[in-house]
Design a protein around this ligand. Structure first.
Ligand code: AMP
Ligand code: MN
Ligand code: MN
Ligand code: MN
Length: 279
């Protein structure tokens, strides 16, 4: 089974429109594909691709927090019209707006004025604006040399522009997805730079609150780390998911459908999709 269950479009911080992204999934001859934009289903909802050979699964990537760490939860195969997911999306829009104002103030205090207005030239919707849009403006103004430098110095984990206090607790994120009939997936578990014992606590907690899957493939991981992650999934009976986290066709390391096979020692997340139980 070929799949890619984590990817972004212009509805959040991706560079391609939902349709362009879906065409790449078709070119890659995927069986299952999901657009998981940050805190929105607007991109997914624009698509009408029922006749395609690629099965499109509803998706979202929710921003949450746990123990002071920003954690991303991917939701798959939920009802995008369900009240609980709609309420969560409305909430996240408010958080993005107040967070953007806070980031603007912090950067202005460090001799970088006008960054919110600048970010809005890249993403006109203040309810959707994110740190990558600030980074794009900071590069344009010459405040930093690259988007990577913007994150390394100002916007990344623990830096002054990393304002995460408004995000809902991880429980609320998982509950919104599960209530809407979906599967909650712990996204890119190694990207939080947690010690393995802390990651195990996070994953255990995630499972207890109703999380069902964890991303096991999607980015370059050392064989040692991969083995640890695979064992964690087995110990906690979490299904395996995977996605490229595609944002930009120029990011060679993250292209749609270019993923290793899911490990087979735990069930694959697609086996939990509703379309499976109908067959
Ligand atoms: P936000 O949704 O506003 O919190 O922004 C998070 C997004 O910023 C991630 O999904 C990535 O697309 C991007 N991002 C996070 N860290 C970095 C980094 N170190 N370098 C470049 N982009 C990053
Ligand atoms: Mn992103
Ligand atoms: Mn993420
Ligand atoms: Mn993502």
């Amino acid at each position: 089974m070929k799949l890619d269950l984590h990817c972004h479009s212009t509805a959040s911080d991706g560079k391609l429109t939902p349709l362009e992204v879906f065409r790449l999934a078709e070119e890659a001859r995927l069986d299952y594909f999901s657009i998981t934009d940050h805190d929105t289903v607007a991109g997914f909802q624009q698509l009408d691709v029922a006749d395609s050979d690629v099965t499109l699964i509803s998706g979202i990537e929710l921003s949450t927090q746990w123990s002071g760490v920003g954690i991303h939860i991917v939701g798959l195969d939920f009802d995008p019209e369900h009240k609980s997911i709609k309420t969560m999306i409305t909430h996240q829009r408010g958080v993005r707006e107040s967070r953007a104002i806070a980031i603007d103030k912090k950067l202005a205090a460090h001799a970088m004025p006008g960054t919110l207005a600048g970010a809005l030239t890249f993403c006109p919707d203040i309810g959707q604006v994110g740190r990558p849009h600030f980074a794009q403006f900071m590069v344009q103004q010459g405040f930093v040399k690259s988007e990577k430098q913007a994150f390394d110095r100002w916007l990344g984990n623990g830096k002054i522009g990393d304002v995460k206090s408004g995000w809902p607790d991880i429980e609320a994120g998982v509950a919104a997805i599960v209530d809407a009939g979906g599967i909650a997936v712990l996204a890119h578990p190694l990207r939080y730079k947690l010690t393995f014992s802390k990651l195990k606590r996070l994953a255990t907690h995630f499972k207890e609150m109703g999380g069902q899957a964890i991303e096991l493939v999607g980015y370059q991981v050392s064989p040692d780390k991969q083995k640890q992650l695979n064992k964690l999934a087995a110990d906690l009976s979490l299904a395996a998911s995977g996605g490229s986290d595609f944002h930009d066709p120029l990011w060679r390391w993250s292209q749609i459908g270019k993923l290793p096979e899911l490990p087979s020692h735990v069930p694959a997340v697609w086996q939990l999709f509703k379309s499976q139980s109908n067959q």
